[in-house]
Design a protein around this ligand. Structure first.
Ligand SMILES: [Zn+2]
Length: 474
């Protein structure tokens, strides 16, 4: 029996005790002694000009690549084969001679990718679930953990969020046993100042208890998956209620924040959600600034935007903060919209990302082979839909799973079909399927599009990254 199974069989009081111990340990590992020094450094770099930050990035990239060549077996071989000389790298475009590193390659190379210069006891194990292609295990260093949390704290501080602000946390962590049929559907983490809400128990029958606990405890900050925060907002919206206290911040992560979710969250909870983009692999990080634009954290990772034939850019990055498992030109699997000419007048450095268009699976294929992304816009004004998901079994066939709310009527279905027709014309057949609940992935995430069509996946448009990816059906 694993530790999680033991935890889930404990009484609530003991589970709260465990959450506090875990919370204390997490606080200690993330915000250890070197964290404050890292935070001081990253805040200083936020005052630099973009040119100066890019120079800093290129310098760091070069010495990181030398580190890879000297201490990592995988790169020693790769660089030799490619005739690549790391000490001659001047800027990002010099990496073009190296292949893109896929998750599948990393999964098969766990020891070859480890740096020999980091002793085994200095390696901190890290794992990430991801939505496609299974999980990933790799090692980081304590310094890398601290730097990542420093960059995330820097972004939070831009928005006035302090280290000790209480947070209502809505994500896929299984803190409450699934078999539990009565509240409390939450546990406490006092060291981390969190109320950990169970995402798995959120539904029409239980949300009332979530709302009354929020009203009672009044955490000024809500953080979590946008799909869960949108569920909470949608519940209040259906009842024409507000949260009824002074909520100050909503931040989201893990899933792509969709326009329809921003809309219902802002309208009902009275706060516009702010977002950052990052991942455990630390190969790219973008932070929303106070003006609402996404800045690339250039000092933290070397991010490349590789153009796709049908528009948009693949995110590929190098994690120079992590000396333990260097990832050079790692394909994240996300698509962004970006233009070199974009600027922001907030004074913070970094290239500007217009938007994160989607995780690689957010596309449907029409009969004529055309690929459509950003399907969420179909649902933008459909306020009688609680949640939706698009499933594609074959090109030109689209099944829309819909969870209705009580306001949903027959005109809503015709409106929905009409909105789809506008985008797909006669190139796809639409079928609406009503359901009580949309299943989540293993890590509790809601996937907006599930495509079982090979071409529905980003990787097919990028031949060098195609090998060994999952089939996109979790
Ligand atoms: Zn800005």
């Amino acid at each position: 029996m694993n530790l999680e199974a033991v935890y889930l069989q404990m009484p609530t009081l003991a589970q709260n005790f465990v959450c506090n111990i875990m919370g204390w340990r997490i606080q200690r590992s993330r915000f250890g002694p070197s964290f404050l020094e890292q935070l001081r450094q990253v805040k200083k770099r936020a005052q630099w000009s973009t040119d100066r930050v890019l120079e800093f990035r290129d310098q760091r990239l070069r010495s990181f690549l030398v580190h890879c060549a000297e201490t990592v077996p995988y790169y020693r071989r790769l660089f030799a084969e490619a005739g690549f000389q790391p000490e001659r790298v001047r800027t990002l475009s010099d990496l073009a001679g190296l292949p893109v590193l896929t998750k599948a390659i990393v999964q098969g190379q766990d020891t070859e990718l480890l740096s020999e210069s980091i002793r085994p006891r200095e390696r901190v194990p890290m794992h990430t679930s991801g939505t496609t292609g299974g999980g990933l295990r790799f090692a980081v260093t304590t310094a890398a953990v601290h730097e990542q949390w420093a960059v995330w704290s820097r972004y939070r501080q831009w928005h006035g969020l302090g280290q000790n602000t209480w947070q209502g946390y809505f994500a896929g962590r299984s803190v409450v046993p699934l078999a539990q049929k009565r509240p409390p559907y939450w546990r406490y983490n006092f060291p981390g100042r969190q109320i950990l809400f169970s995402g798995y128990h959120m539904g029409p029958a239980t949300l009332e208890t979530y709302v009354s606990l929020l009203r009672q405890r009044q955490p000024p900050w809500l953080h979590g998956y946008p799909s869960l925060l949108a569920l909470l907002a949608g519940y209040l919206d259906e009842r024409r209620e507000s949260l009824g206290y002074d909520l100050r911040w909503i931040t989201t992560g893990a899933e792509n924040l969709l326009p329809r979710q921003i809309d219902v969250i802002e309208r009902t909870l009275g706060v516009r959600p702010i977002q950052h983009y990052g991942m455990a692999e630390a190969v790219a990080n973008f932070s929303q600034c106070p003006r609402g634009k996404l800045h690339v954290d250039e000092d933290f990772a070397a991010v490349e935007f590789l153009p796709l034939p049908q528009g948009g850019y693949r995110v590929v990055g190098t994690n120079f903060s992590n000396l333990a498992t260097p990832l050079v030109r790692y394909e994240v699997g996300d698509v962004v919209d970006w233009d070199a000419g974009d600027t922001c007048d907030c004074g913070l450095p970094g290239r500007i990302v217009r938007r994160v268009d989607g995780r690689q699976e957010d596309y449907v294929i029409l009969r004529n082979g055309a690929r459509l992304g950003r399907m969420d816009h179909v649902f933008k004004d459909m306020t009688a839909i609680r949640e939706a998901q698009i499933v594609q079994e074959e090109p030109g066939q689209i099944t829309v799973r819909v969870v209705k709310n009580p306001r949903y009527g027959s005109s809503d279905e015709s409106q929905l079909l009409e909105e789809f027709q506008k985008r797909v014309g006669d190139q796809a057949t639409i079928r609406v399927e009503y359901t009580e609940r949309i299943p989540r992935t293993e890590s509790g995430k809601l996937r907006f599009v599930i495509s079982k069509v090979g071409k529905g996946q980003l990787v097919s448009a990028a031949p060098d990254a195609a090998a060994g990816r999952g089939n996109g059906s979790t």
